[in-house]
Design a protein around this ligand. Structure first.
Ligand code: ATP
Ligand code: MG
Length: 401
């Protein structure tokens, strides 16, 4: 057993001593067998939620209606979920009602893919009712039971499937693929937020390329926001660009660059995907910078729009386009800029109004922008007297309102 499981064994043991069954289940078992890092150790048990809470001193109700209780140990916390079936699926979405059951088999049956339907007992025995171990061995992603039914029950599973193909670099089993193709339209019933979570994992997965091909082939792309018109571009992206991208922001920027988006088109696109404002701003900036870099090398004025967090992302994006911009050099150049924001300028609007005895107005912004540019370009020093002299000069010769 991997250490993560060993550390959790007391939790399993306590449930068993109280007369219940308890197993490690789902993604953690799959990842452990694949030798991948384990992020969450999930436990399934025959104990009902009230019974779980009676066994442990410290618990938190995180999803009691779904049978999930968080158990706190000395230095860890574990999600413990009662064995359950999901009987009533309304609208092709995850069920709003679950039934707690005492049988592990029932619980494993309702899971999406065979490789996610493995359970691991305290002694290291794997319970494998659907040949998940063989599929893990063959790197094959197969729905549990009748694929057709499973995607009808919960259409999100189709996007999860494509995400696992990318993340694990697995092949999609033929019947499972056919069933996804037949039911892709049901994705329209699923919330954008939930589709987005899976799509983002697909974009940062090991085999994004293959997953994107299947995304197009199964027609899932037609039922995702803003992508229906981009079949050819998605295929070209899948076929021409196989580099793994670990960063989500870079992954979105690469997708949009490959689809031929300008930075102006980013906002409506990502709004439709309901991503955060921060992501939207970052992707916009990355596309702007990429477009510039494809025409010429960066100048100080370009770098001024960056921030330290985006520098490594920009570097990654440039390198994906064979544009040599290492994060180190880019960061050095960014940090060496004489100013990083308008308020770093040695004069402000107030200084200008006093010096020129004029009221505020649009001239202030214009003059400050000229000063900002001159300082960034290294034409003048960022010193008050120098800046005021420069401002005076500009006010005389430029058309300042
Ligand atoms: P990850 O490594 O991304 O967490 P995971 O397989 O653990 O992958 P989770 O969303 O954490 O994915 O779900 C845990 C387990 O719950 C899955 O392994 C699977 O057995 C089951 N599961 C999750 N979502 C579904 C679903 N929509 N339909 C059926 N089973 C599901
Ligand atoms: Mg998980």
């Amino acid at each position: 057993l991997p250490d993560e499981f060993k550390r959790a064994l007391p939790v399993i043991n306590q449930l068993e001593q109280a007369g219940f069954e308890a197993y490690f289940v789902g993604g953690c078992v799959r990842d452990a067998i694949l030798g991948l890092p384990i992020h969450d150790v999930d436990i399934a048990t025959s104990a009902f939620p009230a019974e779980i809470k009676a066994v442990f001193d410290r618990t938190i109700d995180v999803g009691i209606e779904h049978g999930t209780v968080l158990v706190l140990t000395e230095d860890e916390s574990y999600e413990i979920t009662t064995f359950r079936t999901e009987s009533t699926y309304q609208d092709y979405r995850r069920p709003d009602h679950v039934d707690f059951v005492r049988s592990l088999e029932e619980d494993l049956k309702r899971r999406d893919f065979t490789i996610n339907a493995l359970a691991l007992a305290h002694d290291g025995t794997v319970i494998d009712l659907f040949d998940g171990l063989t599929d893990l061995e063959n790197r094959c992603l197969r729905a549990v039971g009748q694929a057709q039914d499973r995607f009808k029950e919960d259409a999100l599973r189709m996007m999860r499937g494509l995400r696992f193909v990318s993340q694990l670099d697995f092949q999609l089993e033929e019947k499972t693929k056919q069933a996804i193709t037949a039911h892709a339209h049901l994705l329209a019933k699923i919330s954008v937020e939930r589709i987005c979570i899976e799509f983002e994992k697909l974009l940062i997965g090991k085999n994004r390329s293959q997953a994107l091909l299947l995304f197009v082939e199964t027609t899932c792309f037609k039922y995702c926001p803003q992508l229906a018109q981009y079949q050819a571009q998605l295929l070209a992206f899948a076929n021409n660009n196989r580099n793994e991208v670990a960063d989500m922001t870079v992954a979105w920027a690469l997708l949009l660059a490959q689809l031929g988006f300008s930075s102006k088109q980013v906002k409506p696109f990502l709004k439709a995907w309901k991503t955060s404002n921060q992501l939207c701003l970052d992707v916009q900036l990355l596309l702007q910078m990429l477009t510039i870099r494809q025409q010429r090398v960066f100048e100080a004025l370009d770098l001024y729009h960056l921030n330290t967090a985006i520098v490594p992302k920009l570097s990654q994006l440039c390198l994906l386009y064979q544009l040599p911009e290492t994060a180190e050099v880019l960061l050095q150049r960014y940090q060496a800029l004489p100013i990083h924001q308008l308020k770093d300028l040695a004069i402000n609007g107030h200084d200008l109004m006093t010096a020129f005895q004029r009221k505020g107005g649009s001239w202030l912004k214009q003059v400050l922008t000229l000063c900002e540019q001159a300082v960034l370009n290294g034409e003048i020093a960022n010193e008050k007297t120098v800046l005021l002299a420069y401002a005076k000069e500009q006010m005389n010769c430029e058309k300042i309102d």
